[in-house]
Design a protein around this ligand. Structure first.
Ligand SMILES: [Zn+2]
Length: 263
């Protein structure tokens, strides 16, 4: 079976309120359809049924994320801009965000809005679960480290019922580990600052650390939720790798063993 190749996402943080509001006026003409579902504001260039099961799932993700990460839910709107066709989506990206890598879906945070852009293609469910997770996270936790932002989005992009297991990532990391091309290194991931430079393997490893912390038991989820609570309070404190080292003798080996069990 051919391995699924995932397209990376892109997080843009743009501090440009003036030009943004001008652009938004032009943008609203392009999306004739709009409805609000709880925290989500859906804009589309095609009629999207309000009762669509994907919309339902995205709305439920708010509670799922809040329960799993012990974060209080927020009310900041998350705008989702959907294109019926890939071609118009990529044209839009070229005009609106020139110079940025064209990704299958993107999350944009500006001074005034959290927004997601995507097109209604084969991967729309996974893409929207991923990007909307960024939306819920950014509405709640400021200054989330890049690796953790992506690791959590990769965890929540998996459909409900799979306990966050992102199988293509499990396979990729196992293959790279077998070739001696990879071993867990959270300290390295913590140094990453550019989403455009993150590789598929970085996304996979970020996911693997999140899954290990949330799903391997022994109270390790508290390490992650305490860290998120500190970030939320604006207390930088120790990095997650430093916290893990205090708690476990060999977190890298334990994470690799956790991955092995998921195969
Ligand atoms: Zn992402």
């Amino acid at each position: 079976m051919q391995k699924q190749q995932k397209t990376l996402c892109l997080i843009l943080s743009i501090a440009c309120a003036g030009c943004q509001s001008l652009q938004l006026t032009k943008q609203s003409a392009q999306f004739q359809h709009r409805f609000v579902r709880e925290q989500l504001v859906l804009h589309s260039d095609f009629p999207l049924p309000e009762q669509h099961r994907l919309v339902e799932e995205l709305a439920l993700q708010r509670e799922r994320l809040s329960e799993k990460l012990l974060l209080p839910p927020t009310d900041e709107p998350i705008h989702i801009y959907l294109f019926a066709e890939g071609a118009s989506y990529y044209d839009f990206l070229n005009q609106r965000f020139p110079g940025f890598p064209a990704r299958r879906a993107i999350f944009v945070e500006t001074d005034i809005e959290l927004s997601v852009y995507a097109h209604w293609g084969d991967h729309v469910a996974e893409d929207l679960r991923h990007e909307v997770a960024h939306g819920y996270l950014h509405a709640s936790v400021p200054n989330l480290p890049l690796w953790l932002d992506e690791g959590l989005a990769e965890y929540f992009e998996v459909g409900r019922g799979l306990r966050g297991v992102n199988q293509p990532h499990v396979e990729l990391l196992a293959a790279q580990a077998n070739l001696a091309n990879w071993k867990p290194d959270l300290l390295r991931l913590e140094q990453l600052t550019s989403a455009a430079e993150m590789t598929q393997q970085d996304y996979a490893e970020a996911w693997a650390w999140v899954h290990y912390l949330l799903e391997s038991g022994d109270d390790k989820a508290n390490l992650l939720t305490d860290y998120l609570a500190d970030l939320r309070q604006g207390v930088a404190g120790e990095t997650l790798s430093a916290r893990l080292k205090k708690r476990l003798a060999g977190p890298e080996l334990a994470m690799a063993e956790h991955l092995q069990m998921l195969r």
